[in-house]
Ligand binder design. Structure first.
Ligand SMILES: [Zn+2]
Length: 392
C-alpha cells in the first residue's frame, strides 16, 4: 500500500470517527477536530458520500457573516447506512433497550418493568427479544449493528468484565456479562457501570454538556457516581471509581451489602427511605408522589436523604472539584425536594472554593440516561465503527 493510500485511509477514519463521536458536525469543525486541511476534509466527505455513508443536513442556524460567499453552513452526519448503535441498560427492576443511528438520532426504544431480580440468563434472553423488536421497528438488520453497549449496576472489573459482588443484581455476580450478552446477540458487547453511562450521556447530550469536570449521581436502589475528569470519562485503575454509595457516613450504622457499616446507601438508598416511612409505601415513586402532594413524612424522608447524600458529595467535590454535579436515578424525580437539601449540605460540607465552583443540576435525560449512555459508549469508539470500504 502506498503512503498516499495510507494517509487517505487514516484521514477517512479520522473524519468518520469524529462524526460518530460528535454527531452532526460542520466542515470547519471537522477540520479543527481532525487537524486535517479543509481540502482534505472535503475530499474525504465526497468519498464517504459516494459510499453513501454520510448525508448533509440543513444549516446549524449559525449566522453567516455579512457578504459571506459560498453556500450556507451545513452539517455533515453519518447516514443510516453507516450502521446502528445498540444500547442496553439492566437494572434491578427494569430493562431498557435503545437503537440509534450513528448521527446520534434514537430510532426506537423499549422499556420493561421487572417484578423481581432476574437471573442473568433470563435477563439476557429478554434483552435479546427486545433487541429483535427495536431492530424490526427500524428495519435494521443484525448485520448493520456497528456496536453494542451495555450498562449494569455495580462495578465492572477490568479486564475480566465480571460484575463485582457489591452489585445489587445477585443473579449476575461472577457472570462475564459482555461475553454472555455477546454470545446471545452475535456481536461484540462492551459493558460499563450504569452510573458511568449516565455520566457519559448527560455529558454528551444533557445537563453536563460543555463541562470538562463533572459528576453524575445515580440515586436509586443503589447509589453510584459516574465521573468525567478533564473532558474524559474516568473509571479508575480497575473500573471501580465512583462507588460513592459505599462512603461510610455512620460507622455505627446498619450493615451494608458490601460488608461495611453505615454506608451512604444504607442511609439514603431507596430501601432506607422506604424503611424510614414504616412500610407506608412499597416503591419510591409513591413516596415522591406523596411528598409532592405535601405529605410531611415523605418530604422529610426525601429531604433527609438529600442532606445525607450531600455530605458524601461534599467530599467528592473536595477531591475532584467538579463544575457540575448532575443528579439522576429514580430519586431525582423528587426535584427540589431532594436537590435543595443536597446542595445545602454540600455547601456546608465542602471547602469554600470547591462549593463555589460547583452547580447541582437535575439530569436532563431522566430514566433514559443510562441506556443512552450505552449508545454513547458505542459512538465514542468513533473510527472503530467505520465499515470496510465498498460494503453495501
Ligand atoms: Zn457499602
Amino acid at each position: 500500500m502506498s503512503s498516499d493510500q495510507t494517509t487517505r485511509i487514516t484521514a477517512r477514519a479520522r473524519v468518520f470517527g469524529v462524526l460518530a463521536a460528535a454527531g452532526p458536525t460542520s466542515r470547519a469543525e471537522l477540520a479543527r477536530r481532525t487537524a486535517l486541511a479543509p481540502s482534505t476534509v472535503s475530499a474525504v466527505i465526497a468519498e464517504l458520500h459516494a459510499d453513501r455513508l454520510v448525508v448533509e443536513l440543513p444549516g446549524d442556524g449559525s449566522p453567516r457573516a455579512p457578504g459571506a460567499m459560498g453556500r450556507p453552513p451545513v452539517l455533515v452526519a453519518l447516514d443510516r447506512a453507516a450502521g446502528v448503535a445498540l444500547g442496553l441498560d439492566f437494572g434491578k427492576r427494569h430493562l431498557r433497550v435503545a437503537v440509534a443511528d450513528l448521527a446520534h438520532a434514537v430510532l426506537a426504544e423499549r422499556h420493561e418493568q421487572l417484578d423481581a431480580d432476574l437471573p442473568a440468563a433470563e435477563a439476557i434472553a429478554l434483552a435479546t427479544r427486545l433487541v429483535g423488536e427495536v431492530l424490526d421497528e427500524t428495519g435494521a438488520r443484525s448485520a448493520e449493528i456497528a456496536g453494542v453497549g451495555m450498562g449494569l449496576p455495580g462495578p465492572v472489573h477490568r479486564p475480566s468484565g465480571e460484575l463485582g459482588d457489591s452489585t445489587i443484581l445477585p443473579g449476575w455476580v461472577g457472570v462475564r456479562a459482555a461475553d454472555a450478552m455477546s454470545a446471545a446477540l452475535g456481536h461484540p458487547v462492551e459493558v460499563e457501570n450504569d452510573a458511568s453511562l449516565g455520566a457519559l450521556s448527560e455529558w454528551m447530550w444533557g445537563a453536563g454538556k460543555g463541562a470538562d469536570d463533572m459528576a453524575y449521581l445515580k440515586l436509586a436502589t443503589g447509589i453510584g457516581a459516574g465521573l468525567i475528569v478533564r473532558g474524559r470519562p474516568y473509571g479508575g485503575s480497575g473500573g471501580t471509581a465512583g462507588e460513592i454509595g459505599h462512603t461510610i457516613i455512620d460507622p455505627a450504622g446498619p450493615v451494608c451489602r458490601c460488608g461495611n457499616r453505615g454506608c451512604l446507601e444504607t442511609l439514603a438508598g431507596s430501601a432506607a427511605i422506604l424503611g424510614s416511612l414504616d412500610g407506608d409505601f412499597e416503591e419510591l415513586p409513591a413516596v415522591i408522589a406523596s411528598a409532592r402532594d405535601g405529605h410531611a413524612a415523605s418530604r422529610r424522608a426525601i429531604g433527609d436523604a438529600g442532606a445525607t447524600i450531600g455530605r458524601a458529595v461534599a467530599t467528592l467535590c473536595n477531591l475532584l472539584n467538579p463544575q457540575r454535579v448532575v443528579v439522576g436515578g429514580d430519586l431525582a424525580a423528587a426535584g427540589e425536594l431532594l436537590l435543595a437539601p443536597l446542595a445545602e449540605s454540600l455547601r456546608r460540607g465542602a471547602v469554600r472554593s470547591a462549593a463555589d465552583d460547583v452547580r447541582v443540576l437535575p439530569g436532563a435525560l431522566g430514566d433514559r440516561a443510562e441506556v443512552l449512555g450505552a449508545v454513547a459508549l458505542v459512538l465514542r469508539r468513533g473510527a472503530g465503527l467505520l465499515p470496510r470500504a465498498g460494503r453495501g
